[in-house]
Design a binder for this molecule. Sequence first.
Ligand SMILES: [Zn+2]
Length: 204
Amino acid sequence: MADHPIPNFDSIPDFGDAAPAEKPKRKGISKKTRFEVFKRDGFTCQYCGAHPPAVILHVDHINPVALGGKNHMDNYVTACEPCNLGKSATSLSQVPQSLQDKAAEVKERELQIKGYQRVMDGKRSRIDAEAERVRAVYEIYNNGYTLNASAMVSVRKFIEEIGVHAVEGAMERAYTRGGSRGGEFKYFCGICWNIIKGAGNGTR
Ligand SMILES: [Zn+2]
């Protein structure tokens, strides 16, 4: 999988550093750590799935510091502003922002959007490559034929849901032990949907 480099986040001032001295300060999570958490979480709020540009992301403590939570990656989670502020009584956004803070937030927002787009670009090219692998399996069993564009849309969706190995397996099974002749692709889709539903009943 292509690992896209995240832009250099050290070129913008930290929110914390930009705040005038009299302002209440949140104990700083460094910008570098913050973006490491975002990257790990795919620049997506882990509570509700929101992502830039619709929201600005925060780093939330899973176990609050007040309750003994540690300042450590394992205790950090990406949360959008509404989810994060919903959890804490005092919010940073209730404090009037200085122009400097505002500028830093605009810059932060841009970097978050860029980071999210890179995650999506990386995911798209990974899924494209994986879909080609599934197509190759199909072609083995369908001499001279290939999957059409709309079939490939389904293949990509299945890969996104259950991963390429399960999808390759389903394709293999459909064309070796599959349904009636001509109904194999439908059978393949059926296998994938069953796995998706099974996953939904179980762990998700
Ligand atoms: Zn959220």
